[in-house]
Design a protein around this ligand. Structure first.
Ligand SMILES: [Mg+2]
Length: 308
């Protein structure tokens, strides 16, 4: 761990730093509360994992420093061990209220301090693991199991957000709905395993056709995909979607029972939410894209329909 020690007494600071070093941690030091806050703000190179904070210090005391650091840290929890010569309950209460996790009375008991550092270290480690698992869970909840792109749930969340953004900031926003042509026939001809592989390849190809960081490609349903293109008007969307169609054709996945080509093709409907328009609901917007997709199917498939 990287431990920050805030203590104004040179002698006590040296003792604490030695205890921490002996536990195998790296340590940095502040001589008052303000310095501790500055060091915490400046932790770009080395993240601070734990703080040992003296209560009584000049310039800024430990309580003020602790509450400022808690505010800076926001949702990130880090353990703070408080040291003080005061033994009154009211003082202890104040320290805990300011954000201290542990309150140790001075003079320092080396064994006690070392034990608390170890205990806090274990909690911090568990917290880090929990955060990682939460990130993984979030990813899983928003990812399509087969294709590994965003799922319908993530799409729904994002389209509502983007429609609001588009309306509020008066920027265009395009939606693409795509559907693999004659996919049921593909499954009937080649089997479901081949069908799954085809979906994976098509998903990858759609994804690499839209490379901007704000673009989102999602699996909308069985063989349906949706692409969100924030900040994109219909003139800008058209070549991007045409290029996607080209890329799908170039995959050249054989489809002998297709009535439009000898390989897998895709149809797409595109709609744009424009600057001056009233805010549309996501279902209206999706419905319009779906109508264009239907027209693309009716018009012979392997094509796109874009409405201005
Ligand atoms: Mg002091």
């Amino acid at each position: 761990m990287n431990v920050l020690v805030a203590e104004d007494s040179d002698v006590i600071r040296a003792i604490i730093m030695q205890i921490i070093s002996e536990l195998g941690h790296t340590v940095c030091a502040a001589e008052n509360g303000l310095e501790a806050v500055e060091l915490f703000k400046d932790q770009n190179a080395e993240k601070i994992d734990l703080i040992v904070m003296d209560a009584e210090m000049p310039i800024m005391d430990g309580m003020t420093s602790t509450s400022q650091i808690r505010t800076l840290a926001g949702d990130d929890w880090l353990p703070i061990i408080f040291l003080s010569a005061h033994s009154e309950d009211s003082y202890l209460q104040k320290a805990l209220d300011s954000g201290a996790d542990v309150y140790l009375r001075k003079p320092i008991n080396k064994v006690e301090l070392a034990a608390q550092i170890k205990a806090m270290g274990r909690i911090a480690e568990m917290k880090n693991k929990l955060d990682e698992v939460n990130v993984q869970l979030h990813d899983l909840a928003n990812q399509d199991g087969l294709t590994k792109i965003a799922n319908r749930r993530a799409f729904n969340e994002r389209i509502n957000y983007e429609l609001k953004q588009s309306h509020r900031n008066k920027i265009p926003f395009s939606l693409v709905l795509c559907d693999i042509d004659y996919f049921k026939l593909y499954n009937d001809t080649y089997g479901h395993l081949a069908g799954d592989n085809c979906l994976k390849k098509v998903a990858k190809t759609i994804e690499r056709s839209f490379r901007r960081e704000t673009d989102m490609v999602a699996r909308y349903g069985g063989e349906e995909f949706a692409v969100l293109l924030p900040g994109t008007n219909s003139d800008e969307a058209r070549p991007l979607v045409e290029n996607m169609l080209k890329n799908i054709n170039a995959l050249d996945i054989p489809h002998s029972s297709s009535e439009v080509a000898k390989h897998i093709t895709i149809s797409a409907g595109v709609v744009t939410h424009n600057d001056e328009e009233n805010e549309k609901t996501s279902s209206t917007f999706i419905h319009l894209a779906d109508k264009n997709l239907y027209k693309a199917k009716e018009g012979g498939r392997n094509q796109i329909i874009v409405s201005a």
